[in-house]
Write a new protein. Structure first.
Length: 493
């Protein structure tokens, strides 16, 4: 991608006093230009046709001399021929024409931050997609994002389940975007929900969400996702994993996946660090579904026995696009002895689709994770998880957005307190697609194979990772990766 060091005069509008009006592409025009600059040509078109142009002086050949003649051409035909001859692309947007350089292979990187309009705080894991496509990215923990485009202007769709969706046009790549999202409107607080035909209870709503998930379990979709996992002991990072996945999923969660690229790095400063490495933490993103799986190792509320196992409370109902979403908090009842989650469900009250579940499990007897040595132990264990879907604005179908899994605990080595351990992971989807036929990816879960072994079988490709724009890193993550690269730590133990 070319880097421009000139000062951008953004959105130069040649017709300052023109009344806003729609451009009629069928208008017949007569144009004669004889050895005048492109800038003068645009000024003349503005004067004759009441057309506003928006462009960047630094990116178009404004001094190029133009000689051509058009008589009784439709406006759209004139624009297509004239700008094609001069290697300029254009978009008609309402009452103006936006110009940008023609380059079929160009890559334009835009940067931005998503913030809450009410308090100015960054919004993590907001979805940013290119309008009309299944390609995009997500904001990081600081609300920042990067996205590669092939042309300007481009229309972006920004969405987050707790905020109103927003659509914007991006006209240039020289300034960081600041995109404000309004918090979703709260419509109702109370203890009952008005369904399509009658008032239904929180328990009925969750049971209907469970049944809908069960019926949709065979409806498979495909996407590409980026995974980042980082661990630290107190304030010192001890490991990082980054992987790109091809994923098959349903409304219930991930069904299958295959690693496309991956890398990892460890820092081993003490005798106990080797016991803190996560062998296959990535599997938690695949194991946690939206509804209760066939296990008693842990319990979540989207469960056939939800009324017996959980206390539910309607916190609020929010409006998200055309959906009305109930936010229901859940808490395990005292009779529950197995590890059980507490948290929130986001359920569409009209069609019972489950858009998000977030929960916390603090039971130290959780069997799905633990140490494989006798010298290590923990206390104050906590596992947090979130699974979120977004609506495809074209088809109305739900697409998997992200899965976040974190855990923290106090670590003891030979009964000596070492400190607080934290591992955080985020799997974010940046593209969704439809394969030619149902395809098999990685197959069944293999608990004996470590994430490190999977990556080693692929090999570390530093060229692929250099300035990869899929997910914007936080400054802390950037420093961490630079430190690991400096020590040549990626791909080695």
């Amino acid at each position: 991608m070319k880097t421009y060091f000139t000062i951008l005069i953004f959105m130069i509008v040649l017709a300052f006093n023109l009344k806003a009006q729609q451009i009629n592409p069928d208008t017949l025009v007569d144009m004669d230009f004889n050895a005048i600059s492109l800038k003068e040509v645009l000024q003349e078109i503005t004067q004759k046709q009441n057309i506003r142009f928006s462009y960047s002086d630094s990116k178009l050949p404004m001094d190029r001399l133009i000689t051509c003649s058009y008589h009784q051409y439709k406006l759209i035909d004139f624009l297509n021929d004239f700008f094609h001859q001069n290697e300029i692309n254009f978009n008609i947007i309402e009452n103006q024409i936006v110009l940008y350089p023609f380059n079929i292979n160009q890559t334009i990187k835009i940067k931005g931050i998503i913030v809450d309009q009410s308090d100015g705080l960054p919004i993590p894991y907001a979805n940013i997609s290119l309008s009309g496509t299944y390609k995009g990215t997500s904001s990081n923990e600081d609300g920042e994002f990067e996205l590669e485009l092939t042309k300007l202007p481009s229309e972006l769709v920004i969405s987050h389940l707790s905020h109103d969706k927003k659509m914007i046009y991006v006209y240039d790549d020289t300034q960081q975007l600041v995109i404000n999202l309004m918090p979703a409107q709260t419509l109702l607080q109370g203890i009952t929900i008005n369904g399509k035909s009658k008032i239904i209870s929180n328990y009925q709503l969750v049971k209907r969400a469970y049944n809908r998930l069960a019926n949709a379990s065979s409806d498979m979709q495909y996407g590409k996702a980026f995974y980042r996992q980082k661990s630290k002991r107190e304030d010192k990072f001890t490991e990082i994993f980054e992987l790109f996945y091809d994923i098959k999923y349903s409304a219930n969660g991930i069904e299958d996946w295959a690693v496309q690229e991956g890398r990892y790095a460890f820092q081993n400063d003490s005798e106990y660090d080797i016991f803190l490495y996560n062998k296959n933490f990535t599997l938690l993103s695949r194991m946690f579904p939206m509804r209760q799986p066939e296990t008693t190792s842990y319990i979540i509320p989207v469960n056939q026995e939800v009324k017996k196992l959980f206390d539910l409370k309607l916190k609020e109902i929010i409006k998200f696009d055309e959906r009305y979403i109930a936010i229901i908090s859940f808490m395990p009842k005292p009779i529950v002895t197995a590890p059980a989650a507490r948290g929130e469900l986001y359920i569409d009250i009209d069609n019972y689709e489950l858009l998000k579940i977030k929960g916390t499990i603090t039971d130290p007897t959780l069997e799905i994770i633990g140490f494989n040595d006798n010298s290590s132990s923990w206390s104050n264990y906590q596992l947090d998880f979130q699974i979120s879907f977004i609506e495809d604005h074209e088809t109305g179908k739900l697409l998997m957005d992200y899965i976040q899994i974190d855990h923290t605990f106090d670590y003891y080595f030979n009964n000596v307190s070492i400190g607080k351990i934290n591992t955080s992971s985020i799997l974010t989807f940046y593209e969704h697609y439809t394969p030619v036929k149902n395809k098999r990816l990685g197959g069944a879960i293999n608990y004996s194979t470590s994430d490190m072994e999977v990556i080693d079988n692929i090999g570390y490709n530093p060229v692929f990772w250099h300035q990869n724009p899929i997910v914007k890193r936080t400054p802390l993550e950037e420093k961490l990766i630079q430190d690991f690269e400096k020590n040549e730590a990626f791909g080695v133990v």
